[in-house]
Design a protein around this ligand. Structure first.
Ligand code: NDP
Length: 341
């Protein structure tokens, strides 16, 4: 059985979902209440591969909210993730993806040091960040959506916001080795890590976000921002392809501007309908078919009976692993979401 540990994007979102799902006792509560709410399994999932194989999974809502980080409720945030992992393991889930901020919190606050949760010893082999599949899908989105817009990568400048992150560094490695992209712009806050990445790649210009945006034909957004930044579309090139893989989204405003194309990043479409409610809740456009690539990674590992933490730690995503997860992704009927204009 596979599992998905997820969270909602804001307190307001959580309150409206609680109302919809029939948990009125959660719907009118503020952040303090969510800080003490235990994890819950709120969905049972059945997925069929195009090979005919069928698997079953569970969605575990961690009750983490990004506002917990913004208001420095770190203890609550870390407890949410550890308790959700313990809940998944206790319920017999073999491989569980740590969606969105779950893996970021796990890494940032070194939660590998907390193995014991009451009477349960966490077995980290049962968890995966899902970031290898996410990085692979974002790279495929760059390659395919640029073709849709007539952008030649050999003439293009790609800015990666969150370049030194786990997903961002994987994306940079792929773009550097597997495409003939003209220029790479590397964006993040920590200069030392940026220089390290630049050395590893042997290329890439380090620029602040506001300087990079007007130069980019394509922007890949994979920064771990609890709240999105507002950008002025008039400052962008035309055409400009913006692939926002953040959860919550890195871009704080909805852009509707001539020549500016926004693609939901790190999202896959499955060839067959999936029997679940959860993608409705996160406002996916085609909830029976579209899902986060990190969630799809745990499904793929379950299909392949690869019960191992395929994606783990930071900056460990290799091209070989991206190839492997990419092959099984295609084999089971997942494709990257593209522009539908
Ligand atoms: P990491 O924590 O590994 O990396 C985050 C990156 O963002 C770092 O480079 C960090 O560098 C940078 N960053 C953070 N804040 C800012 C800022 N204000 N301005 C510029 N750069 C910033 O995160 P992941 O790679 O694991 O995840 C990245 C994003 O992808 C998250 O939003 C996550 O929720 C989302 N995600 C999406 C998935 C999907 O399936 N679509 C799956 C998993 C994650 P520095 O701190 O130096 O600024």
């Amino acid at each position: 059985m596979f599992g998905l540990i997820g969270h909602l994007t804001s307190l307001e979102h959580a309150q409206s979902v609680a109302r919809e799902l029939g948990y009125p006792e959660y719907a009118d509560q503020g952040l303090d209440f969510w800080c003490s709410a235990p994890p819950q399994i709120v969905d049972t999932i059945k997925v069929k591969s195009i090979t005919g194989q069928e698997i079953e999974g569970r969605y575990v809502e961690s009750c983490f909210l990004p506002e917990m980080l913004a208001t420095r409720r770190i203890k609550a945030a870390t407890r949410k993730i550890i308790n959700a992992m313990a809940h998944a393991q206790k319920n017999g889930i073999d491989i569980t993806a740590l969606g969105g901020f779950s893996s970021i919190i796990f890494e940032n606050f070194k939660l590998e040091q907390i193995r014991q949760v009451r009477n349960l010893t966490l077995d980290f082999k049962r968890f995966t960040t899902g970031n290898t599949h996410t990085a692979y899908i974002i790279c495929r989105q760059v390659e395919e959506a640029s073709k849709q817009l007539g952008i030649n990568l050999s003439d293009a400048t790609i800015a990666v916001c969150g370049a030194t992150g786990d997903i961002g560094s994987g994306v940079c490695r792929w773009l550097n080795a597997r495409t003939d992209v003209k220029d790479l712009l590397l964006i993040a806050r920590n200069q030392e890590r940026l220089t390290g990445l630049q050395e590893e790649l042997g290329r890439g210009k380090i620029l602040p976000l506001e300087e990079a945006l007007p130069l980019a034909d394509i922007v890949v957004w994979v920064a771990s921002m609890p709240k999105g930044v507002e950008i002025d579309p008039a400052s962008l090139k035309q055409p400009c392809l913006l692939i926002d893989g953040g959860y919550p989204k890195n871009m704080g405003n909805q852009l509707q501007y001539p020549g500016v194309f926004v693609l939901n990043g790190g999202i896959v479409e499955h060839a067959l309908d999936i029997d679940w409610k959860i993608m409705d809740i996160v406002n996916m456009e085609a909830p029976a078919r579209q899902l986060f690539a990190c969630f799809a990674e745990s499904m793929l590992l379950e299909f392949e009976k690869l019960y191992t933490n395929f994606s783990w730690g930071r900056n460990q995503i290799t091209l070989d692993k991206m190839d492997l997860i990419g092959q099984v992704s295609q084999k089971h009927g997942f494709t990257p979401l593209l522009l539908s204009y």
